[in-house]
Design a protein around this ligand. Structure first.
Ligand SMILES: Cc1ncc(COP(=O)(O)O)c(C=O)c1O
Length: 359
């Protein structure tokens, strides 16, 4: 076998025990004598998996009872459009833009509601998060939208911003389940699955129940969060294999010690890499240290002419997918939950050796 350390931003590395379990159960899942992909989503076995997965997620994230957990589809991008349709129609929503994904979320909301950019760090090339005191929030906004972790730029909110009585909506696609968070500070948390949850296509939506009363009744049911909540995410055929993988990941997270243990491990991984970059004199990361992402670590080499050799040699050393996003260039190491500390250490060792040979 030649599985390598995969630093892909998404779809990203999955925990090996999860992949192995899925492999073992591929042909016969439980007592069904079928693959999990071949059974009814309304059958008792799948319904039991769905319920268990919700219980596990609620336990992991300490989700209060007055929140609904939905397993939907369409990638996070679909929900950029659905959130304003459901919660802000005819009104306005505030967006705090700290990178490319926040920009896209705001752009996709425009057909459904008035969009106000309450704050943006675009003029600082998204290297920081605008000071909360300077945000121009509208107390009548339907919600305030943030992107807690910007996957491309590598900027992360390390705390929930206080936005008063207006519900806070968060695209946690790239940092959900990476550390303990206080769910009660949010109105909606949503996340595409392909980083810390499982397979692309599946989208997790955690929504405060009272907000569902705002979903317009004349929306097509399939676009309506209240309808999905009423049907327990089984309004139509869900992404059953994606849901199954997510359920395995939640159980793996519990076995690994839950969010406190995972958060500590992720903090240690990020510190190892940033400390090395900062002290190297060969690599650099431009992000304000207070808001550096613990999941996506962009960095540049002293000489961009070395980018291609770096990527080639890294791949040969079993360190994959380190090329930065085309919008920012350089490198990016995505170190989600499934990346072990040993993988980050292997990357640092390689970077050290490369710098010694080319510095
Ligand atoms: C923070 C963030 N939001 C949204 C998306 C878009 O997700 P999808 O491609 O599943 O629609 C991504 C991309 O992976 C992302 O990193």
């Amino acid at each position: 076998m030649s599985r390598a350390y995969n630093f892909s931003p998404g779809p990203a590395a999955l925990p090996e025990p999860v992949l192995r379990q899925a492999q073992e159960e591929m042909l016969e899942w439980g007592k069904t004598r079928s693959s999990v992909m071949e059974v009814s989503h309304r059958g008792k076995e799948f319904m039991a998996l769905a319920e268990q997965s919700k219980r596990d997620l609620r336990e992991l994230m300490a989700i209060p009872d007055h929140y609904k957990v939905l397993f939907l589809q369409g990638g996070a991008t679909t929900h950029f459009a659905l959130l304003p349709m459901n919660f802000a129609r005819g009104g306005s929503a505030d967006y705090v833009v700290t990178g490319a994904w926040g920009e896209k979320a705001a752009r996709e909301a425009k057909p459904a509601c008035a969009v106000r950019i309450a704050a943006s760090s675009e003029s600082d090339r998204y290297f920081r998060i605008p000071e909360r005191a300077g945000w121009d929030l509208d107390p009548n906004a339907a919600y305030v939208h943030i992107t807690p972790n910007e996957t491309i730029g590598g900027v992360e909110f390390h705390d929930e911003p206080d936005v008063g009585a207006v519900p806070l909506f968060a695209d946690m696609s790239s940092n959900i389940l990476s550390r303990p968070i206080d769910v009660s500070k949010y109105g909606v948390i949503y996340a595409g699955a392909q980083k810390n949850i499982g397979a692309s296509g599946l989208v997790l939506v955690i929504v405060r129940e009272d907000l569902l009363a705002r979903c317009p009744a004349d929306l097509p049911q399939i676009l309506n969060y209240a309808a999905h909540a009423k049907e327990g995410s089984l309004l139509n055929t869900p992404n059953t294999f994606g849901w199954y993988l997510a359920a395995l990941v939640f159980q793996w997270l519990k076995r690994e010690g839950g969010m406190a243990a995972i958060g500590a491990r992720n903090a240690a991984k990020a510190k190892l890499l940033y400390d090395y970059i900062d002290g190297s004199g060969f690599y650099s990361n431009p992000i304000d240290k207070a808001v550096r992402s613990r999941m996506n670590v962009p960095f540049v080499l002293r000489d961009a002419a070395l980018d291609e050799p770096f990527l080639k040699e890294a791949a040969a050393a079993g360190l994959l997918a380190l090329k930065g996003h085309r919008a920012v260039g350089g490198m990016r190491a995505s170190i989600y939950n499934a990346m072990p500390l040993e993988g980050v250490q292997a990357l640092v060792d390689f970077m050290q050796d490369f710098a010694r040979r080319h510095g």
